[in-house]
Design a protein around this ligand. Structure first.
Ligand SMILES: *[C@@H]1O[C@H](CO)[C@@H](O)[C@H](O)[C@H]1NC(C)=O
Ligand SMILES: *[C@@H]1O[C@H](CO)[C@@H](O)[C@H](O)[C@H]1NC(C)=O
Length: 196
């Protein structure tokens, strides 16, 4: 037989379908977070100096979500910086500068993201935000569930083409489907974000 038998296995298709469903359920639901749940991105008040650290700790971010920073553009800005710059409050050469007062940062990849204010002195006063994306919900599709990961003892069907209706188009690979699902999720999120 030239065709890998695992592709014809109903178990494989069930796995694919349920994984896709899970992905769609988890990935399409995306959020636009107003940073700090505050009306303005700014220097933390003396009552709540750890506002941004606390806020990011109690939220789980994933690809497709976005962070909304609201602030008076004449008084503040947002910059995405490296970890080193975050720690040392170095405002030079930011990764991304946003200064229109209504800044939306779109999460498009996993990893660590560091933000602070572009205004000198604000970082030192605690206006800085760190978020971690991934190793939480988003890692669901990073392990590779190739056909090789399926049990070898799948029930064998003698007539591969006879009894099992072929799907309309054969799915190229699971990782591609997962990628598509994540892409669709992000697209939906982007569209939703754009209408707000
Ligand atoms: C996720 O975990 C792996 C190992 O468990 C680690 O190598 C990787 O750096 C982590 N990713 C993030 C964004 O922390
Ligand atoms: C994020 O996406 C929105 C539209 O969905 C766009 O207006 C905005 O400029 C994007 N932000 C960045 C930093 O690219």
């Amino acid at each position: 037989m030239g065709i890998p038998s695992t592709h014809a296995s109903p178990r494989y298709h069930f796995l694919l379908a349920s994984l896709l469903l899970t992905l769609l359920q988890t990935e399409v639901i995306c959020f636009q977070y107003k940073v700090g749940e505050l009306d303005a991105w700014g220097i933390p008040t003396s009552e709540n100096p750890q506002v941004y650290a606390k806020w990011s700790k109690y939220h789980t971010f994933k690809i497709g979500d976005s962070l909304l920073f609201l602030y008076p553009p004449s008084q503040d800005s947002v910059i995405q910086v490296s970890k080193q710059s975050y720690n040392s409050c170095n405002l030079k050469d930011p990764i991304l500068y946003m200064g229109n007062g209504n800044s939306l940062f779109n999460i498009t990849s996993e990893g660590e993201f560091f933000f602070t204010s572009g205004k000198p002195g604000h970082c030192e006063k605690g206006q800085k935000l760190y978020i971690l994306v991934g190793n939480g919900t988003a890692t669901a599709f990073s392990p590779s569930y190739g056909p090789s990961a399926l049990p070898d003892t799948a029930p064998s069907y003698p007539t591969v083409f006879g009894t099992i209706p072929a799907p309309p188009s054969s799915s190229p690979s699971l990782s591609f489907s997962a990628f598509m699902a994540a892409g669709i999720g992000f697209l939906v999120c982007a569209l939703l974000g754009g209408t707000i």
